[in-house]
Design a protein around this ligand. Structure first.
Ligand SMILES: [Cu+2]
Length: 139
């Protein structure tokens, strides 16, 4: 049997969080990769840097970008799911401190089978042109 790096677990690649000030919202993006042979499911996230953390998806609706909460993300064996500006993201709601480029945060990702996975996420300035999560939530 071939030995593969990271087999049997879930990994994140290319994680980054958007720089924002205390009291604002921010978002975390990454590629989620299920290296395991078992299905799993992302069921939540947490960070001590924000009052609430939710999984969201940005969708185009009648010419306007809207965000909607996503209850969970199913991960088939080998699945890769990309969280990116304008799509899926982990929303950091009401930051309890400034997130400046060069800082890092610890994000806890909660999985149905694997349990909690803590990842270190570098904070970066958002690139121009790919904004999507800057607006406030509409009720
Ligand atoms: Cu959002």
């Amino acid at each position: 049997m071939l030995m593969a790096c990271g087999i049997g677990k879930i990994e994140t690649h290319q994680a980054w969080a958007r720089a924002a000030m205390k009291g604002e919202n921010s978002a975390v993006y990454f590629v989620l990769h299920n290296h395991s042979t078992r299905p799993d499911e992302l069921i939540g996230a947490a960070c001590d840097c924000a009052q609430a953390v939710e999984i969201h998806e940005s969708v185009m609706e009648a010419d306007a970008m809207k965000m909607q909460p996503v209850a969970s993300i199913p991960l088939d064996p080998g699945a890769e799911v990309t969280f990116q500006p304008g799509g899926l993201h982990v929303m950091l709601i009401n930051l309890t401190r400034d997130l400046k480029a060069g800082d890092s945060i610890n994000l806890v990702l909660k999985f149905k089978n694997t349990g909690a996975l803590t990842i270190k996420v570098p904070v970066k300035e958002a690139g121009s042109g790919m904004e999507g999560e800057d607006h406030q939530h509409t009720p």
